[in-house]
Design a protein around this ligand. Structure first.
Ligand code: PMT
Length: 413
């Protein structure tokens, strides 16, 4: 089945913003990989390629780089690659690892846990789901060794698409042809869809706040902070991936809307509160936004003129506390209310104090002395059981870990 062009709707939504680590091993079907990359990118997925030495006999790194719009990783011992992106991160900063084509050789290495090049090392180091699109001669596919390796891989939860039957490049006919590009795209789509439908948070609704707020001084000036929205948006995506119905209320950010999440864009703290209240009821609330504590009491509708030598005095008034409002006892209080605490000192103590002061169930306390906006975060999850300090992780990994804790908690209670 050939795809004629972008398919709007279902596929696009499910694959949008998905990060696919595509491992290209050495089979003739590697010539289909450029088309696969094109189709995935048309659907909004980000594709990063690892090319094995034998894969490079069939497709050039240059063509993969041009089509994926990203660097192609080839060498386990490249100092440049390792300093830019260690092989561990390479395998973890993806939503799924796809091996296409997957030769008999790479399947055998995967089954035995070998790690003798970048591709197999990344496969061994990954904590993400893996899908293979086998491609080989029919005799190789039907060989007892390959079938035993396949059974091992399936037993470990590895996903498979294809192979199909038909004419092969070697002149024989039978099973072993790599699945068509459209079928690989559909398999990825089905994987993400099914994870959402059957995830541990399916049936739950969640509200997430993210980003900064902008508090106007006059029509052209505002008070803001440096929150990028990366952490909050990643949490919204992670909760949706586990099946929750997510509403994301976000202040102004450059972050793309997470796939399958309802996004309400706001500017000010007051608008954020209104949007959060309108989204009720929900089972889970995660307040990751850096809401301005104060707004200008008397913001003007016309631009403040620079007159005389004395700068204008700004009089501030307190903003509503969204987290504290959501956490207030009452019949529509969410089952689980989680706040963040942005601290520069005594992170755990100050975080614990905020947990009590705002009546929330958990606080994620993070040290922001290096500022907001980076890609990683060091957090302590503070619950009634105390503080659990996590290692420094990417914001996406923090989000996924938090979402898993939330799912465990909800399913236990
Ligand atoms: O957006 P990034 O660049 O990725 O950065 C992420 C982050 C550092 C902004 C995020 O991890 C974080 O710490 N968010 C909370 C920032 C903050 O405002 O912390 P706080 O300690 O001042 O507030 C405590 C809690 O009360 C937070 O959950 C906050 O959302 C909430 N709050 C605060 C004030 C207010 N008026 N309303 C609120 O809901």
């Amino acid at each position: 089945m050939a795809l004629e062009g972008p398919v709007p709707g279902r596929h696009k939504i499910v694959l949008e913003n998905r990060r696919i680590l595509l491992i290209v091993s050495g089979g003739i079907a590697a010539v289909k990989v450029p088309d696969l990359i094109r189709r995935l990118r048309e659907r909004g997925a980000a594709v990063r390629c690892v090319l094995t030495e034998s894969g490079a006999q069939f497709v050039t790194p240059m063509s993969l780089a041009a089509l994926s719009g990203d660097k192609v990783f080839q060498d386990l011992f490249s100092l440049t690659d390792e300093s830019e992106m260690g092989h561990i991160n390479l395998s973890r900063e993806a939503d799924i690892v796809l091996v296409a084509p997957a030769t008999a050789n790479i399947m055998a290495k995967m089954a035995y846990g070998m790690a003798d090049d970048l591709a197999t090392t990344a496969l061994l180091a990954t904590d993400k789901p893996v899908m293979i699109a086998p491609s080989m001669n029919v005799m190789m596919w039907e060989h007892a060794a390959t079938q035993a390796n396949l059974a091992t891989l399936l037993d470990r939860g590895i996903h498979i698409v294809g192979p199909g039957a038909g004419d092969m490049a070697c002149g024989e006919v039978g099973n072993g042809r790599m699945a068509e590009v459209a079928d690989i795209v559909a398999a990825l789509d089905g994987f993400f869809k099914s994870r959402r439908e059957h995830g541990p948070l399916s049936g739950q609704s969640a509200l997430v706040t993210s980003g900064p707020t902008h508090e106007p001084i006059d029509p052209v000036r505002y008070i803001a902070n440096r929150s990028s929205g990366k952490q909050g948006h990643a949490i919204a995506a992670a909760l949706a991936d586990l099946g929750a119905k997510v509403t994301l209320v976000s202040g102004p950010t450059q972050e793309p809307d997470p796939a399958g999440v309802t996004v309400t864009a706001v500017e000010t703290a007051e608008q954020m509160l209104t949007a959060c209240t309108a989204a009720k009821p929900f089972d889970i609330a995660v307040c990751a936004a850096a809401v301005a504590d104060w707004r200008v009491a008397d913001s003007t509708t016309s631009k403040i003129k620079k007159t005389g030598d004395t700068p204008p005095a700004l009089s501030l008034t307190e903003n509503p506390d969204i987290l504290a409002t959501l956490a207030k006892a009452g019949k529509d209080r969410p089952h689980l209310v989680i706040g963040f605490a942005a601290e520069t000192e005594n992170v755990i103590d100050n975080g614990s104090a905020k947990r009590n002061a705002k009546n929330c169930d958990w606080i994620v306390a993070n040290d922001v002395s290096a500022g907001f906006g980076g890609d990683s975060n060091t957090v302590h999850l503070i619950t009634e059981d105390g503080a659990d300090s996590w290692p420094t992780l990417s914001k996406q990994a923090v989000a996924e870990r938090l979402a898993t804790h939330i799912a465990d908690h909800i399913n236990k209670s």
